[in-house]
Each structure stands twice: as C-alpha cells, then as structure tokens.
Design a protein around this ligand. Structure first.
Ligand SMILES: [Zn+2]
Ligand SMILES: [Zn+2]
Length: 411
C-alpha cells in the first residue's frame, strides 16, 4: 500500500471511522516483529479493490463516488453514492458532476447501473447524468436509464421538465449514434414524484422500499431518501438546512448521510466568499458542522456520514471540531472512494484503491445488432469530402470478417 493510503487511514482515525481499519498501523508494526507472518505471504487487504470481493446476501456496501462541491476539482467529484445490496440490487443516489468516472471505477456491468435517484436539480447533484446515460448505453446498459426525482413548485422546476430538456439537448448526440450500436440503452425512463411526500413510498421492488421526504434548500423541490431492505435503514440526505423531516424519518438509521458544509471562516479565506455570503450559504442554505452534529445526536445512527465539503489537511479539522461540539457518536467525514460495508454486527470503513485504466465490464446480455438502415446519412456536400483510404482499411475488414465469419463491407 502506498504512503498516501497510509496517510489517509491516519485521517480515518481522526475522523472517528469505526471498523477494522483503525488497527492497520499497529498491525503493520506487529507484522515486522511477528515470526508467524511469512515474508512471502500476503496479509489481508485493508483497502477495497473493486470487483474483488463478494457481497454477502445480508450485507450492504456503500461507495462514495462524489463528496465535493459544484466547483470542480480532481480530488473530489460532486455528490454521488452507490449503494449495493446483498440481493444484487444497486442504486445510485445523485450523480453529480465528475462522478461518472468514479462509478466506472467500480467495474460494475452497466445493466446493473440503471436506477438513479436525484435529491434535487443542482448540477453538483445531477451534472453527470448525461455521461451515465450515454456512456452507460455505449458500454453495456441494454435497457433505459431509470431516474427518480422530485417535482417542483411549477412544472418547469421539476425533474421531468429537466430531463425532457436534457434529452432535447442531446438530440445531435443521440441522432448521430442511431444505427451504430445496440440501441436499447438510449432511453430515459423518468419517474417524477411529489416533493412534498412525507416519507411516501416512491419505489418498491425486490424487497427494497425507497421513500422520500422534503428538504429545505434554495427553492422548494429538494428531497432526501430513506431505503429499507433486510431490516436495514439507509438514509441519504440531499442538500438542506436542518429540517424536522430528516430528524423524524432518519431516526435510528444504520447509516445516515447528511450534508455538512465548509466552516464559515474557510469559506471566506479559501473559497473567496464575502463574509455576508459565507454566513448565508454556509449556515442558511446548507448545514453547518455544529448543526450537522446536533441532527446526528438526535437521530443516533449506527454511522453518521458528513459530505459536501472540500476535505483538505487545512479544512477538515474545523469541520470535525464543529461537529464534535454537538455529537460524539460514530462518524465518517466522507471523501471520494470511501467504502462502508454494513452488516448487522459491524460497519467496516475503508478506502477503495482503483484502477485508472478501467475498461467497460462485460455486458450481461448479448448485444443486439442495430438496424443500420436507421443511420442518418451525411449530406452530399460532407460525403464528397471523404479521402479515399479504402485500400488501407480493407485488410482490417478482411481480417475481422474472416475471424468472426461475417461479411461486412465499407460504406
Ligand atoms: Zn444544492
Ligand atoms: Zn450540493
């Protein structure tokens, strides 16, 4: 494991992350002096390597695929949470800007990544939906992308309006793909639900129930979600001022995610907010660390997860200190690629180490051949601009036709 990873684990101890990671540093010291451990035998991994661990039938795994802000940075994508259940179901909560590549790094076949729940329509919560929609269809999602999201005070502020228009914005993209590859994934199935629903069921399939309740953030419309499965309760809070619905419906959750904003002084000095805007945005539109702690000390989850801040060496301590003025329970200060394995007896928290050179995982169904007659042709003017390179391309056609027993011809 790299030095950086060890550093991150040390942060983990400060964060109060519970589980087996906390013993890592002591274990490696012990390993050097213990005669029982062979120098040629690997010890158990203390990080999560995607596509290397089975999930037990009664276990949940949550992966932070984005924990940051609307402002882009390589280290943190914006809000995105991938929940995997032991029954095989997978759910994506928010798909904020930059999160698509984190999802890809989990190496899950795209047919299983077909359910997205949006807490609200800020780009840091749905800005990579287009990438998941189109890139997922191209890489093996052979079914529509299903998206659940809240209504707004007016139809124009609702999820259906946003995604109808996203689909329109992608007209050139989608028209240009017609007739080239399996067409089944290039459809959005939108389920808009009432943002004022009070813990109402918006999804119920395969033993999984998902409910929504309102949040207080920017305008009417944002929501939070509660997931119930196998006796577990998982709550994902979207952006919000502390609200009484979360206080009621997230009580006793196994794992409760809630936003927690950057401390106001750091918003002024690091983020260049004016003091007035920092107070307004950092305490009234979002949840300040002290308020996050107050909520968690009321709902008492098995694990509280804070996100929506830039997690740096010089900003994390102020957030941690703020939370600890009002909450002393189990806490994770989330960062991208943090992973929680949740069982009845344990919540194990680790970081994922990912392969940056990831390719699409195998499709779970045989791809359907497209109807090439549906291709939209170039105009004669553009077609007339083609250089003649057929002679150098023909050997590729010959080789592939022979190897796969087909008879394709150049355009
Ligand atoms: Zn927001
Ligand atoms: Zn946000």
């Amino acid at each position: 494991m790299s030095f950086v990873a060890v550093m991150l684990y040390q942060w983990g101890q400060l964060d109060g992350r519970e589980g087996k990671v906390s013993g890592l540093i002591g274990e490696s010291i012990a390993a050097e002096s213990s005669p029982k451990i062979s120098p040629v035998k690997a010890r158990a991994r203390e990080f999560y390597a995607p596509n290397s661990e089975d999930l037990a039938p009664d276990e949940m795994r949550l992966i932070a695929c984005g924990t940051g802000m609307p402002t882009l940075r390589p280290k943190q994508a914006a809000s995105c949470w991938l929940l995997e259940l032991g029954n095989g179901d997978k759910f994506i909560f928010d798909v904020g800007t930059g999160s698509g590549e984190r999802i890809a790094a989990m190496q899950i076949p795209y047919n299983y990544l077909d359910k997205v729940f949006l807490s609200h329509l800020h780009t840091d919560h749905f800005g990579d939906l287009d990438a998941l929609f189109v890139g997922g269809a191209l890489a093996g999602r052979q079914k529509p992308l299903r998206v659940w999201g809240p209504s707004g005070e007016t139809p124009e502020r609702g999820t259906k309006y946003a995604l109808d228009h996203l689909r329109k914005a992608l007209t050139w993209d989608l028209d240009g793909r017609q007739g080239l590859t399996d067409p089944r994934g290039y459809h959005l199935e939108v389920h808009e639900f009432d943002y004022m629903g009070m813990n109402e069921i918006i999804y119920q399939e395969n033993g999984v129930t998902i409910r929504s309740f309102p949040a207080i953030h920017s305008l009417d419309g944002p929501v939070s979600f509660g997931v119930e499965w196998n006796g577990f309760k998982f709550v994902f809070g979207g952006d919000t001022y502390p609200n009484k619905w979360y206080d009621e419906y997230a009580k006793d959750a196994d794992l409760a995610i809630h936003e927690c904003f950057i401390a106001v002084p750091d918003m002024i000095t690091k983020f260049q907010f004016t003091p007035q805007s920092a107070l307004l945005v950092g305490t009234q539109i979002h949840t300040a660390p002290e308020a996050f702690g107050k909520i968690m000390s009321r709902i008492k989850p098995r694990m509280a997860v804070a996100y929506h801040f830039f997690k740096d060496f010089d900003t994390t301590a102020a957030i941690y200190k703020g939370i600890r003025t009002t909450y002393d329970g189990p806490l994770s200060l989330a960062e991208d690629y943090m992973v929680w394995n949740i069982t009845k007896d344990d919540i194990r928290v680790r970081l994922a180490i990912i392969d940056e050179d990831v390719w699409p995982p195998p499709a779970t169904e045989k791809p359907q051949l497209p109807d090439t007659s549906t291709r939209i042709p170039y105009s004669d003017a553009i077609l007339g601009g083609k250089l003649d390179v057929k002679d150098v391309l023909q050997p590729t056609y010959d080789a592939i036709n022979k190897e796969y027993g087909i008879n394709e011809k150049q355009d």
